[in-house]
Write a protein that binds this ligand. Structure first.
Ligand SMILES: *Cc1c(COP(=O)(O)O)cnc(C)c1O
Length: 388
């Protein structure tokens, strides 16, 4: 039945329904805060945890459910939750799994904002956050206390590039009932199969390769265990984590080309890194696929690729002022955080101040090799070396 409406009401309500059966490749973008229920009974039986139905925009739309399902499938997991940034996804793990009196272990080379979060939990929330040598392997067993609930891993650390022994860490953790979370951003969720190696939670910054456009911030948490997923989902709900439909669409759009782009970043980065290895200006190339990198043997055992991100240590005769000049002289490599997009990036880090126990010498500069021709990137670096 059509009801009689004034123009003002007709501007808001319509009886028109587009025909069903529209088909196209792109996923539909569903924008919603409010989700409509057919009747009161449907509303009353609505459960925000149930992904077969919809209750509120924050808890999911067809667009976000589709992205979650696809990410879970790619990682060979079962469940996925989206967060408005990679860091928000990290925070969600901590708030879901840690309470006052608990202990969390983080690698010394952990993504720095994750370290900041650990510091905050220690200062204000009565949780202890302790840091371990990323190459500790099975030795982590000695650090696990009765109140240790979570071990963060990152493979490799995204500045200093040490590759951890995940199976050894997971085995030691699981023997003592401790959960292991992996920041799997570097491998794009493609080149490292975290669940096969034993981790319980995989976190990804979709901001990087999955988006691929340097235009979106998003994070994901992927799990296999339903009970663990439910604990994370509870925190997701309580913290009000959600992502915008357009952003979810941009990541969905990136997935089809994810592996092609990742492999191209990987090939380009290996060319640039191998060339750097031959140069007298460079002391050490910290690229997991090259033998100088701590944990290289583990990378060979556990990874099927490397992507575009690696670091170098300049020969120790160069000062920070000199390597800063080098960075400023680059033209194709832009100075900026983040990575995973088409543009090459560069960033100098004061690694000795960041890392307790850092032994290696030389100024650290991190490269993100984009999708430009690697020969042009090499020429750019060669030109900038002249300013050293
Ligand atoms: C970028 C990044 C994050 C955080 O992602 P954001 O979306 O920028 O918050 C976490 N871990 C690693 C290793 C990263 O590179």
């Amino acid at each position: 039945m059509t009801i009689k409406k004034s123009v003002q009401t007709a501007l808001i309500h319509t009886d028109y329904k587009a025909p069903e059966g529209f088909a196209a490749f792109p996923s539909a973008i569903h924008h919603a805060s409010t989700v409509l229920f057919k009747d009161v009974a449907a509303m009353r039986s609505g459960d925000w945890k149930n992904k077969n139905a919809y209750t509120y925009g924050l808890h999911g739309t067809p667009t976000t459910f589709t992205l979650e399902a696809r990410l879970a499938e790619i990682e060979d997991g079962k469940h996925c939750l989206l967060a408005p940034s990679g860091l928000a996804a990290i925070a969600m793990v901590d708030f879901a799994l840690l309470k006052t009196g608990d202990d969390v272990l983080l690698p010394e080379n952990v993504y720095n904002p994750n370290r900041e979060l650990g510091k905050w939990l220690s200062q204000d929330f009565g949780v202890t956050a302790r840091y371990y040598d990323p190459l500790i392997g099975a030795g982590i067993a000695a650090l696990i206390q009765p109140n240790t609930k979570l071990i963060w891993t990152e493979a490799p650390g995204s500045v200093s590039m040490e590759v951890p022994d995940l199976p050894a860490i997971c085995q030691a953790a699981h023997e003592k009932g401790v959960l292991v979370a992996l920041d799997n951003t570097w491998s794009g969720g493609l080149a490292l199969r975290g669940f096969e190696l034993g981790v319980d939670i995989i976190m990804q910054a979709l901001t990087k390769y999955q988006s691929g456009g340097s235009d979106v911030l998003m994070g994901a948490l992927i799990t296999r265990d339903r009970a663990l997923h439910d604990r994370l989902a509870q925190a997701h709900m309580r913290l009000g984590m959600g992502v915008g439909a357009d952003d979810a669409y941009l990541v969905l759009r990136g997935l089809a080309t994810l592996k092609l782009r990742f492999d191209a970043h990987d090939a380009g980065a290996r060319k640039v890194a191998s060339w750097l290895k031959t140069r007298p200006e460079i002391g050490t190339v910290l690229h997991p696929a090259l033998p100088d990198c701590p944990g290289h043997d583990i990378w060979r055992r556990d990874f099927s690729g490397a992507g575009g991100l690696f670091s170098v240590l300049f020969d120790e005769r160069y000062s920070e002022a000199q390597t800063d000049r080098f960075v400023d002289a680059l033209k194709l490599f832009k100075i900026g955080y983040s990575w995973g997009g088409a543009n090459s990036l560069v960033m100098p880090y004061r690694i000795a101040a960041m890392r307790k126990g850092w032994q290696l010498k030389g100024q650290l500069v991190r490269f993100n090799v984009g999708l430009e021709d690697p020969l042009d990137l090499i020429a750019d670096i060669e030109r900038a070396f002249l300013t050293l």
